[in-house]
Design a binder for this molecule. Structure first.
Ligand code: DGY
Length: 323
């Protein structure tokens, strides 16, 4: 008998066809997050769960006694209770690599947009407020030859650093682990302690995972160390930043601006954020291009099928759970 597979949102038909050829497939056809109750219910007889934008909690797992693999369609897996999966010997996988450049592209787009006030200027022109050219109109900040600070120097952090280097920026980074010297040399990135990173960056871009260690890693104290002319870019996870403290810094001009793709309580915004001119806001779309979303869905499917077919999935995040 083919293993039962459940996919939590519509994904490209070529990926569904691949899954349907090797499993008994069910798909939740609405592009909306299933709540734990209905998700658990849908997983009762399921062995492979392809999780797209859902939270897989203990409540879900307790109803899914046959589950063998949760294949997350995303590189970050803070939406999955990995410890609870491991305790049940359920493999958890993610989709690293395929979205690296796409996410770094967006981080750099946010950096440029907020520094040169692209969104604000677009509104200015559309609203017919552009009456004449003025020398002092809507000045932004230079990007080239400024200091780009990278917090979290994994694949995406490194890809962001490469983009900055292309703009002639000085690259500093801080990470749990220092990168090999030859990689530092190739990218032109210098490892510094956290405090130096905060003090010296003109642009601070976050690229660490969301864990208990990185929760509010950028809070009031860290923001107070940054230059008032600095910009914060977050395409990692909202919980890495204390949003209340960031909004206070932006309001009081102790931080020049922020380019944000992620928020502490998504999809809910801090009530003051949308009223601030010095922020550019995106609805968590770091990996959202057609090419990349296709690759993510296909990689998640490959991970899922490998686990169901008794092979070690290529992107296993909890090897302890695996025989
Ligand atoms: C990721 O892959 O982690 C993206 O943020 C989508 O969740």
């Amino acid at each position: 008998m083919k293993p039962r597979i459940f996919v939590t949102r519509p994904i490209p038909s070529a990926v569904l066809e691949r899954l349907a050829a090797r499993g008994d497939l069910q798909v939740h056809h609405e592009d909306a997050s299933l709540k734990p109750g209905p998700l658990g219910e849908a997983c009762r007889e399921v062995e492979g769960l392809l999780a797209v934008g859902v939270r897989v909690s203990e409540e879900v797992l307790s109803q899914a006694s046959k589950l063998r693999v949760v294949a997350n369609c995303g590189v970050g897996y803070d939406n999955i209770d990995v410890a609870a999966c491991t305790a049940r010997r359920i493999a958890v996988t993610n989709t690293p690599g395929v979205l690296t450049d796409t996410t770094a592209d967006l981080a750099f787009a946010l950096l440029m947009a907020v520094a040169r006030r692209v969104v604000e200027c677009d509104a200015f022109v559309r609203q017919g407020r552009w009456q004449r050219w003025e020398f002092g109109m809507l000045w932004g900040a230079d990007i080239h030859h400024k200091t780009l600070g990278i917090f979290g120097f994994g694949r995406i952090g490194q890809a962001m650093a490469r983009r900055g280097a292309g703009f002639g920026m000085r690259i500093l980074y801080h990470s749990r682990r220092r990168a090999p010297e030859d990689l530092e040399r190739e990218i032109g990135a210098q490892f510094v302690d956290r405090e130096t990173l905060l003090r010296e960056s003109d642009f601070l871009s976050l690229h660490c995972p969301s864990t208990s260690e990185t929760h509010h890693a950028i809070g009031a104290r860290e923001l107070s160390l940054m230059k008032p002319s600095a910009f914060l870019i977050n395409t990692a996870r909202g919980k890495v930043v204390d949003e209340e403290a960031m909004v206070a810094a932006l309001e009081s001009k102790k931080l020049a601006g922020a380019g944000l793709d992620v928020f502490e309580h998504e999809p809910h915004l801090h009530p003051k954020l949308s009223g601030l001119a010095n922020v550019v806001l995106m609805p968590h779309l770091g990996s959202a291009t057609g090419e990349t979303r296709f690759k993510m869905a296909m990689l998640a499917a490959e991970n899922l099928l490998a686990a169901l077919e008794g092979q070690r999935p290529p992107n296993l995040v909890n090897p302890e759970a695996y025989p």
